[in-house]
Design a protein around this ligand. Structure first.
Ligand code: ATP
Ligand code: MG
Length: 224
């Protein structure tokens, strides 16, 4: 039996910030109110008005791990995070609903003045800094571009400015951060949104409890 046993409330894992903020309205449409805010409360386990459902607040990249091991029955994670996670840990998760929240896109960006398209045409080897090494590796492999990947955990925008990399692969929504750092987007890789993920064993053991929640998320996300 996983730590989240049968007598425990259903546990939903999500990250604070944009995913939490954009999930709240979906929960409200399902009649679920979260009783405390993760921004003001330091609690990592948040009760809801439904005694059978609680939230846990974890780092965005850790959400799939909690759900995969069954410490949370269900979770919400960006496709970016899921894609990288699945490379090391395939299986164990269902992804039943695209919630259409936390929308952005994965793209290639360079410093203003760097002629990316010529560098690609000439067959130059490029240094790419990114948190998304799987997506980046597969993107450049599909274009036949040789790259050296440098793994970073944040502030990717800095890398081309200080000579760490020729380009970055990063998430962009408005482009404001790129502009503020004199970077330009040169290639779109894929659109990103967040998905509901469900532990496969929990779906078997507690499907009767999980299915109505999944259906409620599914209905609410249609309005997004
Ligand atoms: P941390 O900020 O704690 O280092 P993080 O960057 O992974 O972690 P968030 O910034 O909250 O956490 O991002 C969570 C998810 O939201 C990402 O995995 C992605 O799917 C989505 N996201 C990231 N940046 C944006 C953005 N600019 N606009 C919309 N959605 C985004
Ligand atoms: Mg972030």
């Amino acid at each position: 039996m996983s730590p989240a046993g049968l007598n425990q409330p259903l546990t939903l894992a999500l990250s604070k910030g944009r995913i939490f903020d954009e999930t709240l309205p979906l929960l409200e449409e399902a009649g679920i109110k979260v009783l405390e805010s993760p921004e003001t409360s330091r609690k990592l386990i948040l009760p809801t008005n439904n005694p059978d459902l609680r939230l846990i607040i974890v780092r965005a990249t850790d959400v799939p791990t909690y759900v995969q091991y069954g410490a949370a029955h269900i979770g919400i994670a960006g496709k970016d995070v899921l894609y990288e996670h699945m490379e090391q840990h395939p299986g164990g998760l269902y992804q039943p609903v695209d919630l259409n929240i936390a929308r952005c896109r994965l793209c290639v960006a360079v410093a203003e003045g760097f002629d990316y398209h010529s560098a690609v045409k000439q067959g130059s080897r490029l240094r790419i800094a990114t948190k998304y090494t799987r997506a980046a590796r597969e993107h450049f492999a599909s274009k036949g571009v040789y790259v050296d990947l440098i793994k970073l955990y944040g502030s990717m925008e800095l890398a081309p400015l200080v000579g760490l990399a020729d380009a970055i692969v990063d998430l962009v929504s408005s482009g404001g951060t790129l502009r503020a750092n004199k970077l330009v987007e040169v290639e779109d890789i894929t659109p990103i949104s967040s998905r509901l993920i469900v532990n496969q064993a929990a779906m078997k053991n507690r499907g009767a409890q999980l299915q109505p929640l999944i259906d409620a998320f599914s209905r609410a996300s249609l309005d997004e």
